[in-house]
Design a protein around this ligand. Structure first.
Ligand code: HEM
Ligand code: CA
Ligand code: CA
Length: 300
């Protein structure tokens, strides 16, 4: 089982070292916080949180379509190199990814939480493993089912997608909802006051690599603005927007937007942290399973 402070005796500085690498990386490139948060999600959803996404190989998982745009590998490798120098063979790459995600949230003004550690690194990584990653154009029903398969509820789905409170998307992911949506070509959940801006940012047949913030007006801060944006038709991603069309996920969103929530709860920040810890336990390898990699991009 995972436990908080798993490395407190075997590598007491593990958490501090990861935190300092993440802090430097985000100071040098503000986008890195969002990038490292996303990396943990993409690791956990395929073969569990086991570092499988980090492997370099022509046939490795990272090349899957479902991992399009995922980055942050060099930062994880940098933390790993520093850790190997002081406690060789002790700290797993999967744990570094989980800690880096946690640190990224904290650096973005999000909740500070403790992350259970003790994950071991997987020994398999294949491009076909990521076939089942959730896609922006899937229905809420499909997204709920995919999260349920990982032991995550509709509430977790909402909370974890609220990670889109920081970061950006490529216009690549916008073409379906802006220009290829069934019937009128445009996703009707987009607020008409927002549509012109989205279309101007991601014009039809324009450069699909152009990036735009996913939390309109608040892409750098970890806050509940994303939930308000989803409610008001200002979600940027189609999948986020769909979360307000389903009664179950809608009521989860609404539960965080009451005017007295700061007094009476529930707390978005606390519940997000809980869902992150839950996601971080998906399919983890412990004890004799897996290995501790020497480098994060190759199996020993
Ligand atoms: C239904 C599930 C999800 C879908 C369909 C989805 C989809 C996407 C897409 C299309 C992007 C833009 C990627 C790019 O252009 O580089 C993105 C970015 C991002 N996602 Fe998700 N996502 C989902 C769930 C999650 C979860 C569970 C987390 C973390 C807990 C997460 C964290 C992020 C972050 C932080 C970014 C910004 C990355 C950056 O700025 O480079 N996402 N997501
Ligand atoms: Ca994995
Ligand atoms: Ca935000």
């Amino acid at each position: 089982d995972l436990s908080v402070g798993f490395y407190s005796r075997t590598c007491p500085n593990a958490e501090t070292i990861v935190a300092s690498v993440v802090r430097d990386a985000v100071a040098a490139e503000q986008r890195m916080a969002a990038i490292l948060l996303r990396l943990h999600f993409h690791d956990c959803f395929v073969q569990g949180c086991d570092g499988s996404i980090l492997i370099d190989d022509p046939n490795a998982e990272k090349h899957a379509f479902g991992h399009q745009g995922v980055q942050g590998y060099a930062e994880i490798e940098k933390a790993k190199a520093q850790l190997e120098a002081i406690c060789p063979g002790v700290v797993s790459c999967a744990d570094i990814v989980a800690m880096a995600a946690r640190d990224s949230v904290a650096l973005s003004n999000g909740p500070v939480y403790q992350v259970p550690t003790g994950r071991r690194d997987g020994r398999l990584s294949n491009v076909s493993f990521a076939d089942d990653m959730p896609d922006v154009s899937e229905s809420v029903q499909q997204l709920k089912a995919k999260f349920l398969q990982k032991g995550l509820s509709a509430k977790d789905l909402v909370l974890l997608n609220a990670a889109h409170t920081i970061g950006t998307t490529a216009c690549f992911f916008m073409t379906h909802r802006l220009y290829n949506f069934p019937n009128f070509g445009t996703d009707p959940t987009i607020n008409t006051a927002f549509l012109p801006e989205l279309k101007a940012n991601c014009p039809q047949n324009g450069d699909v690599d152009v990036r735009l913030g996913m939390d309109h007006g608040s892409e750098r801060t970890f806050d509940d603005m994303i939930l308000r944006n989803i409610k008001n038709g200002f979600a940027v991603l189609e999948s986020d927007s769909q979360l307000y069309t389903d009664p179950e996920t809608k009521s989860v969103i609404d539960s965080y937007l009451g005017i007295l929530n700061f007094l009476l709860g529930p707390s978005f920040a606390k519940d997000f942290a809980d869902s992150m810890v839950k996601m971080g336990k998906i399919g983890v390898k412990t004890g004799p399973q897996g290995e501790i990699r020497r480098v994060c991009n190759a199996i020993n």
